[in-house]
Design a protein around this ligand. Structure first.
Ligand code: AMP
Ligand code: MN
Ligand code: MN
Ligand code: MN
Length: 276
């Protein structure tokens, strides 16, 4: 059996539940032979993940899932084969935006939601260097304000929630330029998940290609065959390669299982050639 590939995973250094060591051990147990750690806006887990991959005979790819915005919508771009020194300024910029955003979410939860928002924000900021809305959602669940993560997003953090704060990430173009200069391969993450019309998604993909992006994530755990075919045909039409990843965060969510993804679409070149 050929080894599985997983080029999109999260550890505790962003909003994943496992340490890099435990993530790698889990991946090894599932037969993953090529693994990227792609925490949101940080490279802090790379050294530990590299050591663990060496111990398990897994080929490690240092990665990052960068936050940016395009037409006011939050977009994620994955850099693979990342050189941390070239990402330092980007990482520091996002970190300060994230801290400010969590504070604003706390204020809104307090004023509009009548929750102890400042306490919630303080707990989140104390728990992570890369505080995300996932951390806020977990805190809301832990305090009994939502029954699960999805419920916390729906009721409090999503567009209609009291704690909704619009995206404040840097624009796609400069972020993409930074990643193209700092990484071996640059991938547009989960294109099927953005709430964009078909025409807007085509324009996003065309811009991504013009600025120098290499691949679309055509193979994400939980993606329907219909979405996979739609994104694969966008890749073919734009002469972009394909990438595959689970977007694993948490062993408690069985639909994101490390290394397990739908079948690779025909006629899409794998981005892995750039990494080996
Ligand atoms: P942020 O970067 O702070 O906006 O947080 C985004 C993260 O929240 C994503 O990477 C997902 O892991 C998580 N997320 C977003 N929407 C949902 C949702 N509806 N249910 C569970 N997790 C979500
Ligand atoms: Mn996440
Ligand atoms: Mn993402
Ligand atoms: Mn992700």
């Amino acid at each position: 059996m050929t080894a599985l590939i997983d080029l999109h995973t999260h550890s505790r250094h962003s909003d994943g539940m496992l340490s890099p060591t435990d993530l790698v051990a889990r991946a090894a147990g599932r037969g993953v032979g090529l693994l990227a750690l792609t925490d949101h806006d940080t490279v802090a887990g790379h050294a530990e993940a590299q050591l663990a991959c060496d111990a398990h005979g897994i080929r490690f790819i240092p990665g990052i899932e960068a936050s940016c915005q395009w037409r006011g919508q939050s977009i994620h771009v994955i850099g693979l084969g990342a050189r941390p020194s070239a990402l330092h300024a980007f990482i520091e910029d996002i970190r300060s935006r994230r801290v400010a955003r969590i504070q604003r979410i706390g204020e809104r939860l307090a004023h509009r939601g009548k929750l102890p928002g400042e306490e919630i924000a303080a707990a989140v900021l104390a728990s992570s260097d890369v505080p995300t809305r996932t951390h806020v959602a977990r805190e809301l669940v832990a305090r009994g304000h939502a029954k699960d993560l999805q419920g916390a997003f729906d009721r409090w953090l999503g567009r209609d929630g009291a704690g909704h704060v619009p995206v404040e990430w840097p624009e796609l173009q400069p972020v993409l330029e930074t990643l193209v200069g700092a990484c071996d391969a640059v991938v547009l993450a989960h294109p099927h998940r953005y709430k964009l019309s078909a025409g807007a998604l085509r324009q996003l993909v065309a811009e991504f290609k013009v600025i120098g992006g290499h691949a679309l994530e055509v193979n994400v755990a939980g993606m329907s065959m219909n979405d996979r075919d739609r994104i694969a045909s966008l890749a073919r039409r734009n002469a972009l390669e394909g990438s595959a990843g689970s977007d694993f965060h948490d062993p408690a969510t069985p639909w994101t299982s490390l290394g397990r993804m739908p079948v690779w679409p025909a006629d899409v070149q794998p981005v892995t050639a750039r990494l080996l």
